[in-house]
Structure formats: C-alpha cells, structure tokens
Design a protein around this ligand. Structure first.
Ligand SMILES: Nc1ncnc2c1ncn2[C@@H]1O[C@H](COP(=O)(O)OP(=O)(O)OP(=O)(O)O)[C@@H](O)[C@H]1O
Ligand SMILES: [Mg+2]
Length: 396
C-alpha cells in the first residue's frame, strides 16, 4: 500500500489514528473535570498500566478535552533525574500567567505568582535544579517555609483560588509519576488532599506504571482513598480490531477478518504492538483487501522493529546483572513469578537478589503484583529476552 498514506503510528506518545476502547474512561474523566470546574468534589485520577498500553496518549487526549472545556492545564513528565518541584514550577508559572489574563482571576493569580517566587527561593536550597522565571517579588510567609510538603500545599491552594476566581479549574497532567521520589510524592498527595478539603478546583490527572499505586500508598496511607486508579490495559478483541480496521477503512482499504484475528493473536491487543503490526502489514500488502498472508509476511519485520525500538531502549538501560535477572525470569515464562523460582534459576539465595530486584523496580522494568511476586512492566518482554540473549550460557 502507499507508504505515504500509512496511517499507523507506533511510537512512544504518538497519537493513534483511532483511539480505540477508551471511551468509558474518557467520559468518566470528562465528568470529573466538569464537576471540579463548577466546584463539586471529585477524585483525582491516576491511570496505571504496563508499558505501551497508551497512557501517555490518553493523558494528552484528556488534556485536550480539558482545554476544550475551558480548564486551565499544565503538563509535565516526571523524569528519573530531576525533582518534582523543578519540573512543576515553570509549568505552573505559565498556567498562572495565562490565568492572570482573565480580569476576575488576575489579583489571585498574581498572589499565586508571588507564592511561586517564595516557593522557588525557599526550596532552591534543597532542590538545586529549580529554575523558574520570577515575575513578582516573593511575599514573606507565602509558600516560603523551605519545607516542600507545606509550601507545595500553600502554592496549590493559591493557584486553586486563582482558578476559582476565574471561573475555571486547574488540571495538572503528570506522566511517569512512578519516578517521583517518595517524599515528593507525599508532598503532592498532601497538597491534593488540602485543595480537595477546601473544595478548590484543582485536579491531578496522572499516569504511571502499576507500581505507582503501591508507591502512593507508602508515601501517604490515605492516598488510595483520595485518588481513583483506573487500569489502562490491553484492548479487548473488538477494540483491537477497531484500532486496526478503522484507520485502513478511512483510507479506502479493507482488511479480511482472518487477518485481523491473526493481528489480535500476535499482539494480544497491546496498543503499541497493534500500531507496529498495522504499519508493517500495510507495507507488506499491495491490494485491498489486506489478507492473512500479508500479515504473516509482515510479522517478522514487525517483531524486528519492536526489538530495535520498544524493547531495545529498555534493554540498553540495564546493567549486566539486571539483564541476567530478567533473563532468568524469561526462562520460566511470562510471569508473574515467585522470588524463590527466580532465585532457583540463578542458583542464588532470594535475599542476595533483593538489591537487583529493587533496582529493576526503580527503573520501571518490573513490579510486584502481590507480595513476593515479580512481573515484567513491559508486555512480552520475556520473549524479547529470549531472542536477545538466546544462548544457554546466559547464566555465566
Ligand atoms: N487506544 C488505543 N488504540 C490504538 N492505539 C493506541 C491506543 N493507545 C495507544 N495506542 C498506540 O500505542 C502506542 C503507545 O502509546 P503510549 O506511548 O501512550 O503508551 P504508554 O502507556 O504511555 O507507554 P509507556 O509506558 O512506554 O510510556 C502508540 O503508538 C499509540 O499510538
Ligand atoms: Mg508513556
């Protein structure tokens, strides 16, 4: 098929041609946003799911939805190396400056910006990476204690008041939340708790790996009650078929049912894989309708493309010891696995593998679905590990 018109979009955060299977979640978040905007209480939302299921794409989609509702938004991604206050401050400043364009919100937005000045100055001691343009002088006593938990709370309260004065709401979109340090996460939870208590129109819409939920609970025990944790999962069969078929039909191309079934079987409905299979199948086919044999011919190159991108970027961040640990997991299958079974593969004591396991959790490679269990956060990573470390001497 014409490569120029290939509609599929494999890639981290690439908007898919058809956002399949997420209508229910989008609509419930839409309701929450509208409620918050008119001063009704609703929970903040933290979407959790494995790598490549479409969390980032959803976050961006919902942000657009929020903006079209007239909600003021900011969007950040928690990187592994930087502090939350450092990435939050500049985006919050932009949002407050936009709010201050609104006559009714101006005075409160300016006050919040003074709060931001105090916040940045006071916390610079602890978080050296804070760098934000300051539009106003700090106001003594406003968000400038130097204690993140206190100051973030004060700052978000001021921002919430400004949003309320402007007849709108402030929605914070934060991706990769599992990378935020626990004390910073605790401060964020406290601040969200406070604005909720005061009925201020501030909402957090976050996304992260499945370990996020446990991390939040450890940071603040009441976090599980304060937030909703919808699971973003692989697509069920009808949605997966829709994700492949609809974009082709929009281009005037049909796809045989057998071909669609085969794509579903190969990808198990994981969104990233669906896009990759869609793309390669389109490339392999020459006429409409696309057939099963087109998909069969495309499968090897789809797998190779995933190996070189989706899987590879994860693999390259691992130390040799971590690779061996994951390879041992792969040896016993897709998982989840008991720690004892992994240790047995490696002929080691469970306790001696603790540090490696912790590092892999911190890197976002594995998580613990229940006590003593270990699972991959990257779908089908077991099969990839066997492809990339095939020889029987991986144990050495
Ligand atoms: N609902 C969907 N229907 C079809 N394709 C989708 C859907 N959601 C996401 N995708 C596709 O899946 C791929 C991965 O999406 P995205 O980067 O949002 O996943 P993610 O969960 O954020 O992954 P990661 O944890 O690696 O950041 C993209 O190519 C995107 O186009
Ligand atoms: Mg993402």
């Amino acid at each position: 098929m014409d490569p120029i018109r290939n509609p599929y979009a494999p890639g981290a955060g690439s908007p898919p041609p058809e956002l399949a299977g997420r209508d229910e979640l989008r609509s419930s978040i839409n309701t929450a946003l509208q409620r918050i905007k008119i001063g009704r209480p609703d929970k903040s939302i933290l979407m959790v799911g494995l790598r490549g299921v479409g969390k980032t794409v959803l976050l961006d989609n919902i942000r657009e939805m929020a903006e079209s509702l007239g909600v003021q938004t900011l969007r950040i991604e928690a990187p592994e190396e930087r502090s939350l206050p450092a990435i939050l401050a500049p985006q919050l400043r932009q949002a407050l400056l936009r709010l201050s364009l609104n006559e009714r919100a101006r005075a409160a937005a300016h006050r919040a910006l003074r709060g931001l000045a105090g916040f940045a100055k006071a916390l610079k001691v602890k978080f050296h990476d804070i760098e934000v343009g300051l539009d106003f002088e700090a106001e003594p006593g406003l968000a400038d204690n130097g204690d993140l938990e206190h100051d973030l709370q004060a700052l978000l309260e001021e921002a919430g008041i400004a949003a309320r004065e402007g007849g709108t709401a402030l929605a914070l979109f934060i991706d990769e939340l599992q990378y935020v340090e626990e004390d910073e996460l605790a401060a964020l939870i406290t601040a969200m708790h406070r604005v909720a208590q005061r009925r201020l129109p501030v909402i957090l819409v976050g996304a992260g790996l499945p370990q996020l939920r446990g991390r939040m609970g450890r940071a603040k025990s009441y976090a599980e009650r304060l937030f909703d944790f919808p699971i973003v999962d692989r697509l069920p069969r009808p949605a997966a078929i829709q994700a492949i078929l609809k974009p082709a039909q929009d281009e005037g191309v049909d796809i045989e049912l057998a071909a669609l079934e085969y794509i579903f079987e190969k990808t198990r409905g994981y969104p990233y894989f669906l896009q990759e299979w869609g793309k390669h199948t389109w490339e392999a086919a020459t006429v409409s309708p696309i057939t099963l044999s087109d998909v069969e011919r495309a499968s090897d190159s789809a797998v190779a493309a995933l190996d070189e991108s989706f899987f590879r970027v994860r693999f390259d961040r691992l130390t040799p010891v971590e690779k061996t640990y994951l390879r041992a997991m792969a040896e016993i299958g897709p998982g989840p696995h008991r720690s004892g079974d992994i240790a047995q593969q490696l002929q080691r004591e469970v306790s001696s593998l603790g540090p490696t396991r912790s590092q892999l959790i911190a890197k976002g490679m594995i998580w613990s679905p229940s006590h003593g269990d270990t699972a991959f956060t990257v779908p089908m990573f077991d099969e990839f590990m066997k492809r990339i470390m095939p020889t029987s001497d991986w144990r050495n």
